[in-house]
Design a protein around this ligand. Structure first.
Ligand SMILES: C[S@@+](CC[C@H](N)C(=O)[O-])C[C@H]1O[C@@H](n2cnc3c(N)ncnc32)[C@H](O)[C@@H]1O
Length: 240
């Protein structure tokens, strides 16, 4: 209902992916409604969304392995309906340490309602080159749900450049892919002085996916060698 005094709607904001027929607000995750909303978003913009369904819990556990409350500031790119966001919070990342960067306005609106303690920025992840969501504070990890394989190399270069421009020396960029190898081209890694390691693969996702951890080549050796621990780290309090 529109308020004639100010021309605005009086209705509570509604999560676009969880809209009840009654118009009631809901902030709870609902896998079926999320899947339907996600599929609709893919139909509207298949190149940007690049998946027909949200990631499953196994992939969310894998891509967030090794990230916890001690990681400090975390940026998530392309959170969609928040599959990885939930896992990050479950691992102990404080909402105030989390910034969500999402290009889709409908996803961003839902994320603001679902994760009010985190900051959601509706923008292209490539804007991290000029926009520092945490100011001077270095970021401990970037978790990316971006469809890197369907992006032009120049855009991927910009996103990695922006991300590593904000990253602490030992920080890592965590990227998933449905493909057989690292979705970031070797020449882009080389140009930025980065290296990629596959940290794991899960068949329990539709489609099956792998996760790569991208770090500076000169990152401290102890961090580069911590790969196995990251692969197997369970989510606290969750059955594996
Ligand atoms: C494959 S979906 C992954 C969604 C979610 N992370 C998941 O795993 O279920 C890709 C997401 O990245 C977002 N996205 C695509 N290009 C983007 C860009 N340049 N900047 C920010 N977000 C972008 C899409 O809107 C979508 O939410």
């Amino acid at each position: 209902m529109v308020n004639p005094a100010n021309g605005r709607s009086d209705a509570a904001p509604t999560d676009p992916f969880l809209a009840e027929p009654s118009g009631e607000r809901s902030t709870q995750a609902h896998p079926f409604l999320d899947a339907v909303g996600f599929f609709r978003a893919w139909i509207r913009d298949p190149l940007r969304v690049a998946a027909i369904t949200p990631s499953g819990k196994a992939l969310a556990r894998l891509i967030t392995a090794g990230i916890n409350e001690r990681t400090g500031a975390v940026i998530e790119l392309g959170p969609g309906t928040g599959a990885f966001t939930r896992a990050l919070l479950a691992r102990g990342v404080r909402p105030e340490d989390l910034v969500l960067v999402e290009a889709g306005a409908d996803f961003a609106e839902a994320l603001r309602l679902r994760f009010p303690g985190a900051r959601t920025l509706c923008m292209d992840a490539a804007r991290l080159r000029t926009h520092a969501p945490f100011g001077e504070r270095p970021v401990g990890a970037v978790v990316s749900g971006l469809p890197v394989l369907s992006m032009p190399p120049r855009q991927v270069l910009s996103i990695l450049k922006g991300s590593f421009g904000r990253m602490a020396p030992g920080g890592a960029f965590h990227q998933f892919t449905y493909g057989p190898c690292c979705p970031v081209r070797p020449e882009i890694l080389e140009r930025l002085g980065l290296r990629a390691q596959r940290t794991g693969r899960t068949l329990a996702n539709v489609p099956p996916a792998a996760v790569y951890r991208i770090m500076r080549k000169d990152a401290p050796a102890s961090i580069l060698e911590g790969r196995h621990a990251l692969e197997t780290a369970p989510l606290p309090g969750r059955p594996q």
